[in-house]
Design a protein around this ligand. Structure first.
Ligand code: PEP
Length: 249
């Protein structure tokens, strides 16, 4: 499977910075001499159209960081999956831990968002992962398995979405699980997905949480890791390009 390297820019930067970064990646892509992974950049809403315009003839896709489950209506401040598709997004991150934490999103709304994105033709990237306490008390496998069961709609097709394992305590902290832990959890995710859905083993499973140019290759080389979801490092052109080049498949 071709690997995925996804950059989550979160609520960072200015329009000029987003354009500069997108143009920088475009130039690197044009000069690339080796096969590249799927690359997806996820800027914040106001910069989506500028970034999409810059990357429109390139193999880099653009995604959003969230969507509302309804197609349209009186939902001030929200953006629907249909609107994201309309401006040219191909992907949308759903259930990121920062949405769960600061917007109190739970399984019911996450499932609806996934359903609405798939229905309209966007590929959701579902984020799951345990918190520090759950990790410390050895409950990671249980939590991950529980989240897969509660957050995913049951009747989806494998090519329609991706799942990212993002331990909450690893996001933005500079800490990562051991390679052995990542391997074990990603293996469990593949197993759970393949028992829950026909062809579920084909669902790309990504790791996210303090990925850097230094640790990317080791993580990408693990079995069952089909790519990376990268926050902080995706805002740095040289470092993210190194992460992209760490992919082998
Ligand atoms: C994220 O927020 O999805 C993330 C992985 O962040 P970071 O790489 O900065 O830990």
């Amino acid at each position: 499977m071709q690997q995925y390297i996804i950059g989550n820019w979160k609520m960072n930067g200015t329009k000029a910075e987003a354009q500069k970064l997108a143009t920088g990646f475009l130039n690197r892509i044009q000069e690339a001499t080796r096969p590249l992974p799927h690359i997806v950049l996820c800027p914040s809403y106001p910069y989506l159209t500028s970034v999409i315009e810059i990357l429109k003839h390139s193999p880099i896709d653009v995604g959003a960081q969230d969507c509302h489950p309804e197609k349209s209506g009186a939902f001030t401040g929200d953006v629907s999956a249909a609107q994201l598709l309309d401006v040219g997004c191909k992907y949308v991150i759903i259930g990121h831990s920062e949405r769960r934490r600061y917007h109190h999103e739970g399984s019911a709304i996450i499932r609806r968002k996934i359903e609405s994105a798939i229905k309209i033709g966007l590929r959701p990237i579902l984020c799951i992962g345990e918190n520090a306490e759950e990790h410390k008390t050895g409950r990671t496998l249980h939590i991950v398995s529980q989240q897969l069961a509660s957050d995913l709609p049951s009747d989806q097709k494998p090519h329609e979405f991706l799942v990212a394992y993002e331990p909450l305590w690893a996001i933005g902290s500079g800490q990562t699980p051991s390679l052995k832990e990542v391997e074990e959890i990603m293996g469990l995710m593949k197993y759970e997905l393949s028992t829950r859905l026909l062809g579920g083993a084909l669902i790309p499973t990504l790791y996210g949480g303090s990925v850097t140019a230094e640790n990317a290759a080791d993580i990408l080389n693990l079995p069952h890791v089909d790519g990376l979801l990268v926050g902080g490092a995706s805002l740095k052109l040289d470092e993210f390009w190194e992460v992209i080049n760490a992919s082998e498949r």
